[in-house]
Design a protein around this ligand. Structure first.
Ligand SMILES: Cc1cc2nc3c(=O)[nH]c(=O)nc-3n(C[C@H](O)[C@H](O)[C@H](O)COP(=O)(O)O)c2cc1C
Length: 178
């Protein structure tokens, strides 16, 4: 194999990562933005902005996301049997910001309806997936939640585009120029 220099400048980092720089490196992987919601046994709602959502399996229908263990809502997601993944549209940046910081009443100004399980499902998103928690898996300083999708819905309007997150900032979708 010929030794071809990379087209873009990159610097190889040592194995003892600086966590903040490591996060910057990971941020080069652009993602969509979701809000994961649930409800506890007392009827209190929880919602967190999450970019670690991903598909796992089609049959059975499995998805995953991971949550840092230190945030206030973490115990509620450990305890609850169900969660809902809400995929944000490009005009829902304020919703993403709202669910990305701790607050007593995140749902105050949010438009939503309730799933059969009593979990808030955000309105006007690109799609949502109602999930029964299958298991949680140790993921270092995060916990990985794997859910089995029990129902889902998505927008059929091509004008509704996703909210993107890349290198710590929000972006909108643009068609790739051939
Ligand atoms: C775009 C974006 C993506 C995020 N992705 C995640 C994630 O995948 N996992 C996570 O634990 N926190 C993630 N966060 C941070 C949480 O949204 C944040 O810690 C939130 O305050 C947790 O809610 P709580 O304080 O009510 O527990 C993300 C934040 C933003 C803005």
């Amino acid at each position: 194999m010929t030794n071809i220099p990379p087209a873009h400048e990159t610097v190889e980092h040592p194995p003892e990562f600086d966590p903040r720089d490591f996060r910057n490196a990971l941020g080069h992987f652009g993602t969509g933005v979701t809000v994961i919601t649930t409800v506890d046994s007392a009827g209190q709602f929880y919602g967190v902005t999450v970019s670690s959502f991903n598909s796992v399996s089609l049959t059975p229908p499995l998805v995953l996301w991971s949550q840092v263990r230190t945030v206030p809502s973490h115990q509620a997601f450990i305890d609850s049997e169900y969660f809902v993944v809400n995929i944000l549209a490009s005009d829902q940046k304020e919703i993403s910001n709202c669910f990305a910081r701790p607050s007593e009443n995140k749902f105050q100004d949010i438009s939503y309806h309730l799933s059969e399980q009593g979990i808030p499902v955000l309105n006007n998103t690109l799609a949502h997936f109602i999930c029964k928690k299958e298991r949680d898996v140790d993921g270092g300083d995060h916990l990985i939640f794997i859910g089995r999708v029990i129902s889902y819905a998505y927008s059929t309007d091509d004008q509704v585009t996703p909210l993107f997150f890349w290198k710590g900032k929000y972006h909108s979708a643009a068609d790739h120029q051939e």
